[in-house]
Design a protein around this ligand. Structure first.
Ligand code: HEC
Length: 143
């Protein structure tokens, strides 16, 4: 009987501990979400949901913002490249590299492969992706 009580107490304790951890995790996620919202508002920027979705579908297998994956880290890319360059490169990287553009050629030399072209995306869709790149870059500067 005593053993049972001890066992029950131990089980109960572990259960509460696990629940506590879940709550903590949930709180962390909620806090991250809110701090990003608040930060975006302070910075006067809004996320581009279409761009975020397009990025997830077409780019995220090769790119992250803070680290190199298959391609370069994209955090801050909207500060080092202008919009026309980004539009031209994202739509058809090989064309820009072949044209001899110095930034594109340098990237190609470093990564030793052609990023695939995105000619299935309209100019408006690429603009949305660029807005999303800008949003993530701004947010990541303050993280
Ligand atoms: C299969 C992998 C792959 C995919 C998918 C991909 N990229 Fe890339 N990306 C690369 C590589 C590799 C480079 C380096 C340039 C090169 O070698 O072509 C690059 C370079 C870039 C650059 C230039 C970065 C700089 O520092 O100037 C941008 C911007 C970029 N990619 C955006 C995108 C976007 C936006 C998408 C989705 C629409 C995308 N990429 C999809 C592999 C990829």
């Amino acid at each position: 009987m005593f053993v049972c009580a001890v066992l029950a107490a131990v089980l109960l304790h572990t259960h509460y501990q696990a629940e506590g951890e879940n709550k903590l995790l949930a709180c962390g996620t909620v806090a991250d979400f809110w701090s990003e919202e608040v930060l975006a508002e302070q910075l006067g920027i809004t996320n581009n949901i279409t761009g975020k979705q397009l990025f997830r579908e077409n780019c995220s297998q090769c790119h992250a913002f803070q680290v190199k994956v298959v391609g370069p880290a994209l955090g801050g890319v909207t500060d080092i490249r202008n919009k026309a360059w980004l539009q031209a490169f994202i739509s058809n990287p090989a064309k820009l590299i072949e044209s001899g553009d110095s930034a594109a050629v340098a990237l190609y030399r470093e990564f030793k492969q052609y990023m695939p072209s995105n000619d299935h995306l309209t100019a408006a869709a690429i603009d949305s992706v660029i807005s999303y790149l800008k949003y993530e870059s701004e947010i990541s500067k303050h993280r």
